[in-house]
Design a binder for this molecule. Sequence first.
Ligand code: PRX
Length: 659
Amino acid sequence: MSSAVESVLVEKRVFQPFKALVEQANISGMDAYRALCDEAEKSPDEFWSRLARENLLWDKPFSTVLDESDAPFYKWFSDGELNVSANCLDKHLDTPTADKTAIIFESDDGKVTKITYRELHARVCEFANGIKSLGYKAGERAIIYLPMSIEAVVAMQACARLGIVHSVVFGGFSARSLNDRIVDVGATLVITADEQLRGGRAIPLKPAVDEAFGMGGCDAIRHVIVYRRTGGTIDWTEGRDLWMHDLCQGQPTTCEAVPVNAEHPLFILYTSGSTGKPKGVQHASAGFLLWALLTTKWTFDAKDTDVYWCTADVGWVTGHTYITYGPLAAGLTQIVFEGVPTYPDAGRFWEMIQRHKVTVFYTAPTAIRSLTKAAETNADVHPRRYDLSSLRIIGSVGEPINPEAWMWYYTNVGGERCPVLDTWWQTETGGHMIAPLPGATPLKPGSCTLPLPGIVAGVVDEAGKDVEPGKGGFLAIKRPWPGMIRTVWGDPERFKSSYFPPELKGYYLAGDSAQRDTDGYFWIMGRVDDVLNVSGHRLGTMEVESALVSHPLVAEAAVVGRPDSTTGEAVVAFVVLKRDLPQGEEAVEIAKQLRDWVAHEIGPIAKPRDIRFGENLPKTRSGKIMRRLLRVVAKGEEVTQDVSTLENPAILNQLSQSV
Ligand code: PRX
């Protein structure tokens, strides 16, 4: 950790908030920020109670705020009832927002479709009525495996309307990953599309669902609802498969929003951990919604006139919080984009910002870094070629944004007029946790700055004691907050052991290392566990290893991350085959087979960038794989550490050869 710590401490630049933003901000100036923090600190219950009453529509008001009786299984507003979809849609119907554009959808090939809040409400109601007509009830689980589309938002909102718990699976995940999630979550319904379009290519979705069913364990599924996106040829199982448009046909455009308990699960989203299969992060209805809405108002300084664009996919938490729920609850006009940043060329984002007059733009450092590279080699796709003057706020999420990328984003995209919001959070936190406020927080490139009001964050040692400023430690959240994970679906023990280790005094352990500087600013250093961050996507090394060893040729595999200037980290796999060491062309061929295998088992995002074959892996005499050394070898560096405990030091040489 120490070298990374050194590198951030030299960053001294500070950018004060822009006057124009401060003047009209929802939280205006540091005094207003501190006042909210003080209010939360003095009486957390009153603080959260006030915000929950002021921001949410309740069918039955709550009388308890935080119930800590079964910590760390915290409950929020637990005797209250509401409906999340009613809070995102119905609440706007008698206001001017009803006829405002809710979603500007742009397809991969550039076709634009707009839908108002009133129309979106009707679409959600029709679909919810359709699902209801099939006999589905609150509490059942639906898998959503859809491309970025209005239909994806409609599907999620329709589930929320009926109290059906959705579990969205990213369209880039394979049939195997889909099967794992269907089985683990105990789904009874699947909502998918025939195909998805990305970068001019059609990618099958419904066929992956059929393949997932063929893997077994999916007998509880009663229906597969299919959105016709491309009209591509697909197999059909009569009685089980239904077209979304047929199901919605003739359904009433109103549908009662089912009031659910505040703690009723809104969704389960799978994410990678350091061990075993991905875990189902369970979020609750009221607390999640409150945090999604508050952070949309605070961090993005949501304004009625905004054209907001979060480029994430609804398959990830960012798409849940900052596409499907937060912006709709806040009544924003937002862009939903089907395609990729590089199609038809790497100017796509900038051209869309110009054409739609986007005011708030939220994307990932990987996208920024790859578009920087593209702009440096092709002036036609450089952001300065476009009119980006509509922008007022630009944000970043998913991985550390290095100061160079921050400055490029600030200068070339933000035109030195827009604050760069580096937002730190996780699937488990439900929404932003440590992030600047555009009208208040002075910015430092590379720092996610300060905790949001109500969030008590710290950097602690193994015993939960605060470390000194400038020293690295574990990032911990010291008090519960409404948007937090409630449990790991079906595995409460894993929830406790992963996030609330006993030695940490009941703090939530984020799994990241961090340090604070003398101004209290947070600098995130990366994961402390065996979780990789590839292009902002979380990936467990164990998952990739299990995929590799399930290939008939593979005897053993170890996976580590290697720093990468575009994707943040790249997957490097060290593989021992059941046969002799392959050479030359043959090695290249087997490596390709293994990459395709991993893509098939998990999804293309997990494909190892680099595969190294060896006759063995570096192990201690007790048989433990020395990953620490593999990380050094993966970077192409000389091993200078002590290798005397190694059973087979010569193996390092062999593993340093790339295929
Ligand atoms: O390591 C942190 C990194 O992404 C992890 C969370 O990944 P996920 O649950 O997939 O959620 C991504 C979208 C919120 C964190 O543990 N991470 C996320 N945001 C940042 C970050 N690392 C540094 N800076 C950030 N702003």
